[in-house]
Write a protein that binds this ligand. Structure first.
Ligand SMILES: Nc1ncnc2c1ncn2[C@@H]1O[C@H](COP(=O)(O)OP(=O)(O)OP(=O)(O)O)[C@@H](O)[C@H]1O
Length: 275
């Protein structure tokens, strides 16, 4: 059961979603709300339908039934113009980055600008440089090609492209997969910083327990073809479901929780006291 959300602050509303491929039903009666400004982590076993859910929300997969409202627009009923206007307000970072290998990082970042706006090249180059800096890459990264980048830099370049049009909602599919723990922690912090500085709402699919404990306001668990629970971590952890218990109470879940609560204690201890 989802925690209730105030109607006006919902930026993603999924109702009664059904997805089916041949005889395989992936989602059945799936509901999910995401509120403006929050970071929602979507978890679930492999093949539970996390990526299909993301693709259904952003319009890359047409569901068999149900509705998706994005930023107040019913995406199944909207005309092309309205749908494209909403899509322009969404940035997506796909699992492997999905950069165009024949384009430099700066040109990759300019792809959405060329697609949706008619801007002079020099202005697009300035915007691209700004997004590349916001994604935490050095200025010389703009001239490089994807094959010349490390895994962490590819993620950051893809993030720079995802925020190219100043989106309201950022969709991330396993952003820290394949990164070393230090790179993953830095990427988590980058997402938090971008949420604060750009006022983003973040929908993120992850298997990374550290990411869940460090940056997510709420966690949605996909199981049995629907969202089993979508709530704060302390409530999700108490959900009486075998998969949830194994995931959060297993050795990796407990280690992630311990690591985050001890770093929060250290931060609180180190924080200057206010008079
Ligand atoms: N286009 C498609 N055609 C047929 N089956 C598909 C298609 N897309 C996804 N599926 C199937 O839907 C199910 C859910 O896939 P999905 O990629 O959403 O899982 P996931 O939860 O993201 O998994 P993982 O954590 O392993 O990435 C899988 O069984 C997958 O094979």
């Amino acid at each position: 059961m989802n925690a209730p959300a105030n109607g006006s602050d919902r930026v993603i509303e999924v109702r009664g979603l059904r997805n089916q491929f041949g005889a395989q039903v992936v989602h059945e009666g799936l509901d999910l709300d995401v509120r403006r400004g929050e970071i929602v982590g979507v978890v679930g076993g492999s093949g539970s339908g996390k990526s299909v859910l993301l693709r259904s929300i952003i319009g890359l997969n047409r569901p068999a039934a149900g509705s998706v409202r994005l930023l107040g627009t019913d995406m199944m009923k909207a005309g092309d113009e309205e749908r494209i206007a909403v899509e322009r307000r969404c940035g997506v970072l796909f699992q492997n980055g999905a950069l165009f290998s024949s384009l430099s990082v700066a040109d990759n970042v300019m792809v959405p600008m060329r697609e949706h706006h008619d801007l002079p090249l020099a202005l697009m180059q300035r915007f691209a440089a700004l997004k590349i800096a916001l994604a935490g890459l050095p200025p010389d990264a703009g001239a490089k090609f994807p094959a010349q980048l490390s895994g962490g830099m590819v993620k950051r370049a893809a993030l720079a492209r995802a925020i190219a049009l100043d989106p309201d909602i950022l969709f991330l599919d396993e952003p820290t997969a394949g990164l070393d723990p230090i790179g993953a922690a830095a990427f988590d912090q980058l997402i938090l910083t971008l949420r604060e500085s750009l006022g983003l709402t973040v929908f993120l699919i992850t298997h990374d327990l550290d990411t869940l404990y460090t940056i997510c306001d709420r966690v949605a668990v996909l199981s049995q073809k629907r969202v089993l629970v979508a709530d704060t971590l302390d409530k999700v952890e108490r959900c009486d479901d075998a998969w949830v218990q194994e995931y959060f109470q297993g050795p990796r879940g407990r280690a992630a929780e311990r690591a985050v609560s001890s770093s929060k204690r250290i931060a609180a201890y180190a924080a200057p006291t206010r008079n």
